[in-house]
Design a protein around this ligand. Structure first.
Ligand code: PMP
Length: 400
């Protein structure tokens, strides 16, 4: 027998496992609302026009496939930190940000977790309850202890701000607090600007280090600057922060693995040392990051026309999602007027957190071939106007 015969089957991934089940389904009405990937009204994946333009330009320039430096493509690193903090950021000008190009949001979080494991040993990372399921894997697999803070209140289908503040106040001083920069996944519920300020004040008073996960910049409101409000506010308040960025959603570069880990510090020397250690960590994981997607992002940001085109395409994606949100809410209100469905348009970003129980989700999938995660989250990026009525019927059948 095999030496590894004792290795047990790992459970399917709660999100990507849904895509596998969707592919296997033969139901002609099947709908995949599991993974957070943008679809057109025809429910097809979208390659942005601006990405095609950048790729044509890159092909014409005849770039080679040499290794990038360990820290990544310079033009990309400059572009990404400016998108995050703004083009006149003092932290950037003063050289206080360590920027490492990394393998999209996941790789950026992971190398951040590796940094915490090595240099902030014994520090607990507080993550929201609920959160994107991979956060637990990322910190757990690096041996970093994590705990939940309260975040979502099912009664109001809104933020449990009081619970959040209580838990972060009770956490030991100097903890790390994982925050979603905007468009919280899976709830679609974000703090208000006033609440963000209170969280920043709390972090400052407790010496907590915020670790922002920015996976949806530009995708929440359609505006890059508005969606960067929270991390910019914290940096403006003098906090040292870590930020993982992803270009999977906003540039549609899912499979290209484009992202960065930014560590904003209070002095430039610390930023230099931190970058050197991030490079040391990355060298032993992926050695140097992929070239293609980083060049696309750098070309797009570096060219005024392409940058404008990107912004309009991003607003188009965000707008289509907002439109189906409104249509779904109206369809549910007309079928089931005794319930409050307003949460659907109040929630922000790709997802709606419906409050459906695992049993109700099973009914959605088994009876209606609507594939979604068992926490009751649906990706509105996978819904088209023409499928709204079908989905509303399935939801009403499942929650009644
Ligand atoms: N964080 C959150 C909250 C996400 O939703 C995602 C994508 N689903 C990511 C990070 C990272 O995705 P990627 O590795 O594709 O950038």
């Amino acid at each position: 027998g095999s030496r590894l015969a004792g290795v047990e089957m790992a459970p399917p991934d709660p999100i990507l496992g849904v895509s596998e089940a969707f592919k296997a389904s033969k139901d002609p009405n099947k709908l995949n609302l599991g993974v957070g990937a943008y679809r057109t009204e025809e429910l097809q994946p979208l390659v942005l026009e601006v990405v095609k333009k950048a790729e044509q330009k890159m092909l014409a320039a005849g770039y080679n496939k040499e290794y990038l430096p360990i820290e990544g493509l310079d033009a990309f690193r400059q572009a990404t930190v400016q998108l995050l903090l703004g083009s006149d950021s003092a932290a950037v000008k003063e050289g206080r940000v360590a920027v490492l190009q990394a393998l999209s949001g996941t790789g950026s979080l992971r190398v951040g977790a590796a940094f915490i494991a090595r240099f902030m040993k014994g520090t607990t990372v507080y993550i929201s309850n609920p959160t994107w399921g991979n956060h637990r894997n990322i910190f757990g697999d690096e041996g970093v202890e994590w705990k939940y803070y309260r975040y979502f209140d099912p009664d109001t289908v809104g933020l449990d701000f009081k619970g959040m503040v209580e838990d972060l106040t009770a956490a030991p001083d100097g903890s790390i607090v994982l925050l979603h920069g905007c468009a919280h996944n899976p709830t679609g519920v974000d703090p208000t600007p006033q609440q963000w300020q209170e969280i920043a004040d709390l972090c400052k008073a407790k010496g907590h280090m915020p670790f922002f996960d920015v996976a949806y910049q530009g995708f929440a409101t359609g505006d890059l600057d508005k969606d960067a409000f929270a991390p910019r506010l914290f940096v403006d308040n003098g906090l040292e922060v870590m930020v993982a960025q992803s270009y999977s959603k906003n540039l549609g570069l899912y499979g290209e693995r484009v992202g960065a880990l930014n560590v904003v510090l209070s002095d430039a020397d610390a930023a230099k040392s931190v970058l050197s250690q991030l490079k040391r960590l990355a060298r032993a994981i992926w050695s140097n990051p992929p070239t293609h997607g980083a060049r696309i992002a750098a070309e797009v940001v570096g060219d005024a026309d392409m940058f404008e085109l990107w912004k309009s395409e991003m607003a188009g994606m965000a707008g289509r999602i907002a439109k189906v949100r409104g249509e779904l809410q109206a369809a549910l209100e007309s079928r089931c007027p005794d319930r409050d469905w307003s949460f659907i348009t109040k929630q922000i970003g790709m997802f709606s957190f419906t409050g459906m129980t695992p049993q109700q989700v099973d009914n959605m999938t088994n009876k209606h071939a609507v594939f979604m995660t068992r926490d009751g989250r649906i990706s509105l990026a996978g819904l088209s106007s023409s499928k709204v009525a079908y989905l509303a019927d399935a939801i009403v059948d499942s929650v009644r």
